[in-house]
Design a binder for this molecule. Sequence first.
Ligand code: SF4
Length: 454
Amino acid sequence: MSSPQREGKRSVFAKLCENSSLASVAYVLGRMVPPSNRLRKYKNVLLAAYSTNRRPRVVKNNPIIIRIPPASVCNYKCLFCEIHKDDLLFPDRPANLITLEDIKNYESFLSTAYNLWFYGGSAEPLMNPHLGDIVKYLKLKYGPRISVNTNAAPLTRRLSDIMVDFGLDYLLVSYHAATKEGYKYLMTGDVERVDRNLEYLNRRKARRGKQKPIVDLNFALQKINAAESKAILNKARELKIHAVHVYKYYGGRNKLQDLEVSFDYDAKAGNRVLDELYAYARENGVRLHPKKPDYWSKQAAEVAWDPENYDHNRKCLLPWTRLQFDPVLDEENAHYVSVCNRINLFKIRYRKCVLASQEHFDKLWNHPVLQYLRATVNGAGANPVCRYCKNYDRPILRNVDADRYAEVRDQAVIEFFDEFRKQYRYDEITGLEVLKENPYPDKFFLDRMNALPR
Ligand code: SF4
């Protein structure tokens, strides 16, 4: 999860985490901070610095970064999005629009979060009509840093007013094409409407004398939208965008899957586009993230999957710092729960599972499955999912061989839960189900695809 302030400098938090003495000082200070509503998040960050340094299985801090999907449906059908898989598997899925009451059930840990993301994945957070009230409530009571990712088409004037007036911090707008035709083709919407919405937001900020929300654009570069690059940077300048995030497109079950659109198939051409893009941004004063091009380094043909070819030294601290909820597509009032995108650990029925008090939340946050993950996330004896996650070839395999990628991922998830159940016992908690496999394994999707009339 990137933040505009972070690139290029190590945060104070990272320094505290790495130094044993500083982490101990952070712990002592953290214990001294009174648990008032506005100070809880700082207390929690100090305690989290200590636990990421010591890395115990059972932690005393709460997560400092939390991601929640306010909806499980979208107004778009972008060609590069997994919504096409969702539509095929669950065409009549529930919208799962969380309410302020649902947020209050999560209050034990939302009250201590430093960073809170309302995130969509293959859904659009602004489709939720309660989002404005949720932002108001949390900002007024606890003041966390709140970010939203969106395509900005449903960004109404009312919502813009709330975002500006109550200090929403950050909007990351999906903007993968900028011409009317290119945007319509790739993102299936009306770019002029999006631009009008962002212009209104700018006017409101100017009228109120506010800098926030900071607005960035998200641009996942691939062969089809490479020609849109300059138009995107021009729009970024016109719309007073803080920065454009230039990412490499990553594949999946989408409408571009068989078109070989990734520059992983032609690294030289992709790197030329990146050079031109960065040169144009420099000439026109548009800030890019990352600051230097993230070049393609391998050709697709070079990838051969070796499960042991993973980075043993890469440290992951997410099981101590992060909690994320993901959309459930086949059930009402439910989320998947995890600490990262590689594996869902639980399914939570959030109107049945009581989490409003710290005591209740501890049962989730220090659940044996999270203890197993914390014990095995790092080092040579890493669990099957973290080994797969840290494999040097995982990102490129995703783009060039979706079938093999899914097979490797789904198997790693099954092995993770098998290992966990061999080593740990746990009590059932009402409304909280420990998973056994990837809830939407690719086999499920392929079986459905093959059953379609031809
Ligand atoms: S799979 Fe493991 S290493 Fe990868 S992000 Fe998740 S917890 Fe960290």
